[in-house]
Design a protein around this ligand. Sequence first.
Ligand SMILES: [Zn+2]
Length: 66
Amino acid sequence: MDVRVGDVLEMKKNHPCGSRTFLVLRSGIDFRLQCSGCGREMMVPRVKIEKNIRKIRRPEGENGHA
Ligand SMILES: [Zn+2]
């Protein structure tokens, strides 16, 4: 799965704050994500992210629907 910095990930699971979209701040083996709802940042292993992605929103790209 191709996830890039700047993408917004729509996850299957909600964050405790109720938001389900996360901005990608850093990608690699671990991802650094920022919750769009509460602004909290977290490091999450790539495998865990990939299982939970529902949709990738990319402002200018083939997947995007901006
Ligand atoms: Zn949150």
